[in-house]
Write a protein that binds this ligand. Structure first.
Ligand code: AMP
Ligand code: MG
Length: 589
């Protein structure tokens, strides 16, 4: 089982009942508070506890069916969540806490789970020691000596135990077996930190261009598109039927005085008791404001009767008002919107055949690595075909960018320098893949350092950990990892948001919450992007499973996926039934 961790120190007390866990905690908490430590306690109860008092409003509303009851006052708030199916697991409970307002999480109970604990032991309780069978125990507090190399304390010496807990909270103890390397490594950035640092250095590019609608798909609208006309142009019928004056609707029969087809008009004003046969989309005659469906009418010669008894007639029904979709001068499409099928249709519906867009960003791409070979050539010994330039090209086109392809760059300083210089002159952004891992050929670092300001980051994520980012002669440069899946994930998490900002879009990736239908592994302390398939189950719940094998070189995992499952650093593994965040890939890859 993997360690449960939080971004804060997490410490439990393991003991058999009767040892006095709660009494000890109650006595220790004031001492910890006095020493400036902000504490949360998570307590496990074996029985069906109820926290609310019978008769209180919150109790009544919860019993009446609120599955989550959140009550708040000036002094405190409480969330009572009913979990009739099964108990929430500890990582989920930890995630409920506001960790920004805490220094330490103490846990009472959950003694079988893997996280650091102090064992409490009293001889008179007559129970066995726990530490011989639990490697998570980091110290023992007892009233008799224990046979262990672990630190030992006197269970009746509150100050001694408090000192130990304070040291633990302040990270002064030797780390327990928990693998915290990722949590403590200071040159590691979280995904959010990395993205924020990148976006900080990105500025919007304001070049615009007016293009024909044929060239506008996927581009960004640069100026609000205003409607030069009313849409629809005239008040018209939404149905095939009969147009009448609303005030005549009580009448038993109408005289049909004419017929109007779409694209034509009936030019005389309608008089009392008259009806005009009308087709969908045809302009409603002057004076008419109501249309009755053909199915509710019975016409004999030029007399029509409506089935008022069954359907009734509402003045104004089945009529679309002029300018109802868009009034003259109204913003039809706001600047910053991406042009997809409906936007193209809308622009065309206004009678416009051009649109002003943000000039497509030019993005230079190249691959590095002597082992990387152009597809179509005969495969050489120990070589792999370049896939990264192809996935990058495709993802760039989804963001409306133009690609300048510099191909595969030989592993030497001169070619790299030449490529980067040319790319920075021609492109708005440069993307390379491969060669940024720690320990990779040093010349890349040397060249990048000579040409610009580049940071080499290790991002706390998998896949996609190494990432270089900076500017080469003012052109943003991303040194993406080499592994094909890592390239795609890093593009989605870092490059696409940067491109969207350059384009002036107010963009955020869509994400949903789905229920895991299989155990999803993740190492605590880093964000894990598992390729997944999400879908609605028979009960209409959004569920997600992985695509299977997850190696960062396995592009098939990406091809079978319709989402990335994002498991955050404080969530170790997602168990079946846990809620996880999914980032749909539709439209992005
Ligand atoms: P690197 O980051 O250069 O150490 O590369 C990591 C892994 O990705 C290695 O197995 C490389 O062979 C592979 N790789 C690097 N560039 C590409 C590429 N353009 N296409 C496919 N695989 C690549
Ligand atoms: Mg390489």
């Amino acid at each position: 089982m993997s360690q449960i961790s939080a971004s804060l120190p997490l410490l439990g007390f393991a003991a058999f009942s009767g040892t006095g866990k709660t009494t000890l905690l109650e006595a220790m908490l004031p001492k910890l508070v006095e020493r400036g430590i902000r504490i949360a306690v998570i307590k496990h109860a074996h029985h069906n506890f109820d926290i609310d008092q019978e008769g209180k409003d919150s109790y009544r509303l919860r019993k009446a069916g609120a599955s989550q009851m959140l009550i708040s006052s000036r002094y405190r708030r409480a969330l009572v969540t009913e979990t009739p199916e099964e108990e929430a697991n500890l990582p989920h409970l930890i995630a409920q806490l506001d960790q920004t307002a805490l220094d330490l999480i103490l846990v009472e109970g959950f003694k079988k789970l893997d996280f650091p604990k102090i064992e409490l032991h009293r001889e008179e309780v007559g129970k066995p020691w726990l530490h011989p069978d639990d490697s998570n125990i980091i110290a023992v507090a007892a009233n008799i000596p224990a046979n262990t190399h672990l630190p030992q304390m006197d269970i009746n010496n509150l100050d001694q135990i408090t000192d130990f807990v304070v040291d633990f909270a302040q990270g002064k103890l030797e780390k327990p077996s928990l693998d915290c390397s990722d949590l403590t490594n200071s040159d590691m950035l979280s995904v959010d930190e990395g993205r924020a640092k990148i976006l900080d250095q990105i500025t919007t590019i304001a070049r615009t261009e007016t293009v024909s609608l044929e060239k506008a798909l996927g581009q960004i609208v640069a100026q609000d598109v205003l409607s030069p006309v009313n849409v629809p142009q005239h008040t018209n019928s939404a149905m095939d039927g009969y147009a009448i004056r609303g005030e005549d609707s009580e009448q038993a029969a109408f005289t049909v005085v004419g017929q109007v087809m779409a694209g034509h008009s009936y030019d005389k004003p309608l008089e009392a008791g008259q009806a005009v046969r009308i087709m969908t989309g045809a302009p409603v005659p002057l004076g008419a404001d109501t249309v009755i469906m053909r199915e509710q009418a019975e016409q004999t010669d030029n007399i029509v009767r409506f089935d008022i008894a069954q359907f009734g007639i509402k003045k104004g029904q089945n009529v679309r008002q002029a300018g109802e979709d868009l009034a003259l001068g109204q913003v039809a499409i706001a600047a910053g919107s991406t042009i997809t099928a409906p936007e193209l249709g809308m622009i065309a519906s206004l009678g416009l055949d051009t649109v002003t867009i943000t000039q497509p960003l030019k993005v230079a791409i190249f691959s590095t690595g002597d082992e990387v070979q152009q597809p179509g050539e005969e495969q050489k010994e120990n070589c792999i075909y370049d896939s990264n330039r192809f996935t990058l090209r495709a993802m760039l086109s989804k963001v409306g960018c133009e690609v300048i392809d510099f191909g595969i760059i030989e592993d030497n300083e001169a070619s790299l320098q030449k490529t980067l210089t040319a790319a920075s002159e021609q492109a708005d952004m440069i993307l390379s893949s491969g060669g940024v891992s720690v320990g990779d050929a040093d010349y890349i670092k040397t060249v990048l350092d000579a040409l610009g300001q580049i940071n080499f980051w290790r991002i706390n994520m998998r896949p996609g950990r190494p990432l270089a980012f900076g500017q080469i002669q003012d052109t943003p440069f991303f040194g993406l990892p080499g592994n094909p899946v890592a390239v795609m994930v890093a593009f989605l998490q870092f490059v696409e948001p940067a491109l969207r900002k350059m384009q002036g879009c107010d963009w955020q990736a869509t994400c949903y919450t789905a229920i895991a239908t299989e155990k999803l592994r993740s190492r605590p302390g880093r964000t894990e992007y598992t390729r997944g398939i999400y879908q609605l189950d028979a009960n209409g719940r959004l569920t997600v499973q992985s695509t299977g094998q997850q190696g960062s070189g396995i592009l098939r995992s990406m091809s079978e996926a319709n989402c990335l499952i994002e498991i955050l650093p404080e969530q170790p593994n997602a168990e079946i039934g846990d809620k996880v965040r999914v980032i749909p890939l539709t439209g992005r890859i």
